[in-house]
Structure formats: structure tokens, C-alpha cells
Design a protein around this ligand. Structure first.
Ligand code: AMP
Ligand code: MG
Length: 322
């Protein structure tokens, strides 16, 4: 009896300890989206703010559309060499690697093309075939030369939009880890990052949006620190004369990619890899996507086909929605 009372007391104490740590939530707007930081264990409001400040600092380096960023400087430098921060150098190296491994499905030199597809405009226009052809002249990952002094783009126009959320999320997670945060969930406009385990010991549950509707195609169960990135035609698009034009482009033609997939989700320890690969798989399609993913054994994927059916690749705990 005594033992049972002691056990009950211990259980109540544990419960109290569990409740003592209130989750901390903070939000900001960056990278063209809402960033949400949820700290579940070992974090304070200052830690959450530090992660959001890190996101701002990264965006100031990486955004092609920010005057004075390192990428903006590279795009304007012609044959000149631009000194680079460690972060920009790392992101360029990784993105170029994924670009090569994906056979060019991910191509970070499409800025001139993506600028023609003005999704933010009130009255967006479909670019002409001629304009697309001219813009594609500025493409060419092989032109980017990284040297000890920095980088020279040799006229290539760089857009890190396909890897930025992943790369920045990785930096935010590092900031939180350095400050002693043990458990956190970050949402960067649909790019999800888990840090550590959930305090209650259950797995993280991450839902994958149904690109054709309002609900979800299913949920992922994850333990530990992961990044989950989805590329989908439903995330950013405009409609003109009954045709939908989305924001993920075929680097060969400059037109929105049509690969038979309506979304590609990649789960990887690195956000940069998850983000880069989700774009690459969406562009490349199922068959080629499987080959690309096999080059990244630490990553897994959930693909949604045009008919709504789902295919998983690699080691992933995925439960389809009813
Ligand atoms: P994501 O949402 O991560 O798939 O990235 C899409 C963004 O990356 C677009 O808004 C463009 O800025 C850029 N982009 C579009 N198509 C490609 C591509 N094939 N390779 C690299 N970047 C792309
Ligand atoms: Mg991406």
C-alpha cells in the first residue's frame, strides 16, 4: 500500500515537472513566409528570438532579391570575384552538388527565368517563348566558380529559392542547439524541422498536405532531429485562361515542370538537402526521382502522383489518411 502511494506521488511529481516547462512560441516574417518557432524543452523566449534573428541574418546574405546580399552581389559582378561568408559558400557548394546529382533538375541559376513568372503581381502574365529563351541564356551552374578568395558567377544569375528555407532552418536549429534547447519544432512556411525528441516521448507527427485539396495525404512519424520539405504546384501559382502555372520550373524549358507528380516531400537530417531534393524530385518525376534519391541514402521521400496515389521511397514511417 505504502509502495503504491509512493508510486502515485512520484507519478504526480513527474507530471508536475512535465507541466512546469511551458512551451515557448515565437513568429516572424522572412523568406517570403511566416516562420514559427516552438520550443518544448530547454528554451526561453530569448532563445526563440535568437533563432528568428539568425533567419534574418541568413536571408540578408542569401536572398537574390535583397539589395546588398552576397547573392545579389554575385549576380551583378559579371567576371568579378565576390568574397563570401562561410554560410553562402556552404549553401552554394551543397546546392551545386545536389544540382549535379539530380542531373540538373535542381538548377540554382534560373533567376532570370523565375523573375519572368511574376506570381506576386495582381495581373500575372504568361511569359513569351522568346522571353523564356532569352532568360535561359543566364542559366549555367557550371559557370559558378568557387575560389579561395570567394566566387565568380561568370554571368550566371543565381536564385537560392529552392534551398533557402532548408538552409536557413538548419542555421536556426544550430542556434537553438548551441543555446541548450532540447526539444523544438520549427515551421518555415511548410518546411518543418524537429529538434530532439518530444518531451512526452511520443514521435513527432508531421502531416503532408494534399496538393489537390484541403486535407492531408497522410502523416509521418519521426523521432529525433529531422527536416521535412515539400515542393508542390499548389504552394505558389497563378491561373490564366483556365490554365494553372506554378512556381517550380523545368530548367530545360523555363516552363512550370510537368513530371506527373503533384507533390514531392523529402525527409532528411539536413534541411538544405531535404529542400533541394524535394524541388529536384518534383521536377524529375517518379522514376528519375528514385534514382536521384538513391544517391542520398540518409533521405526518404513521399511522392504524390497526379491521380492522387502516393509512393514512398526509402525508410519512412508514413500513415496514409483515411
Ligand atoms: P521549392 O518551393 O523549394 O521547390 O523552390 C521553388 C523556388 O525555387 C521557386 O520559387 C524558384 O525561385 C526556384 N526554382 C524554381 N524551379 C527551380 C528549379 N528547377 N531548380 C532550382 N530552383 C528552382
Ligand atoms: Mg526546395
Amino acid at each position: 500500500m505504502k509502495r503504491r502511494a509512493l508510486a502515485a506521488l512520484l507519478a504526480a511529481l513527474l507530471l508536475l515537472c512535465g507541466c512546469a516547462e511551458k512551451p515557448v512560441t515565437a513568429q516572424s516574417f522572412a523568406l517570403d513566409t511566416v516562420l514559427t518557432v516552438n520550443l518544448l524543452s530547454g528554451g526561453t523566449a530569448e532563445d526563440a528570438e535568437a533563432a528568428l534573428a539568425r533567419a534574418d541574418a541568413c536571408e540578408a546574405l542569401l536572398s537574390a532579391h535583397r539589395e546588398g546580399s552576397e547573392i545579389d552581389a554575385l549576380n551583378k559582378s559579371g567576371e568579378g570575384t565576390v568574397p563570401l561568408s562561410d554560410l553562402t559558400r556552404f549553401v552554394l557548394e551543397e546546392a551545386l552538388y545536389i544540382g549535379r546529382e539530380s542531373g540538373g533538375a535542381l538548377d540554382i541559376t534560373l533567376l532570370a527565368v523565375s523573375d519572368l513568372w511574376d506570381y506576386k503581381s495582381e495581373d500575372p502574365q504568361v511569359p513569351s517563348e522568346e522571353a523564356l529563351r532569352e532568360a535561359l541564356v543566364h542559366k549555367g551552374m557550371e559557370r559558378i566558380e568557387l575560389t579561395a578568395e570567394g566566387a565568380c558567377a561568370h554571368g550566371a544569375q543565381i536564385d537560392l529559392g529552392a534551398v533557402a528555407k532548408g538552409a536557413v532552418g538548419d542555421e536556426m536549429v544550430k542556434t537553438l542547439q548551441t543555446r541548450g534547447v532540447r526539444s523544438a519544432l520549427l515551421d518555415l512556411g511548410g518546411s518543418i524541422f524537429t529538434l530532439g525528441d518530444k518531451p512526452d516521448g511520443t514521435p513527432w507527427t508531421v502531416a503532408i498536405d494534399d496538393p489537390a485539396g484541403e486535407g492531408f495525404v497522410g502523416t509521418l512519424a519521426l523521432r529525433g532531429s529531422w527536416s521535412v520539405s515539400t515542393s508542390s504546384g499548389a504552394q505558389r501559382y497563378f491561373e490564366k485562361d483556365g490554365v494553372r502555372y506554378h512556381h517550380i520550373l523545368d530548367p530545360g524549358t523555363g516552363w512550370p515542370a510537368q513530371s506527373g507528380l503533384i507533390s514531392a516531400t523529402v525527409i532528411a537530417p539536413s534541411g538544405l538537402v531535404a529542400d533541394g531534393l524535394s524541388t529536384a524530385l518534383f521536377v524529375a518525376g517518379e522514376e528519375e526521382g528514385e534514382r536521384i534519391l538513391s544517391r542520398f541514402p540518409e533521405a526518404a521521400a513521399v511522392l504524390v502522383r497526379q491521380d492522387g496515389s502516393v509512393r514512398t521511397l526509402g525508410d519512412v514511417d508514413f500513415t496514409p489518411a483515411d
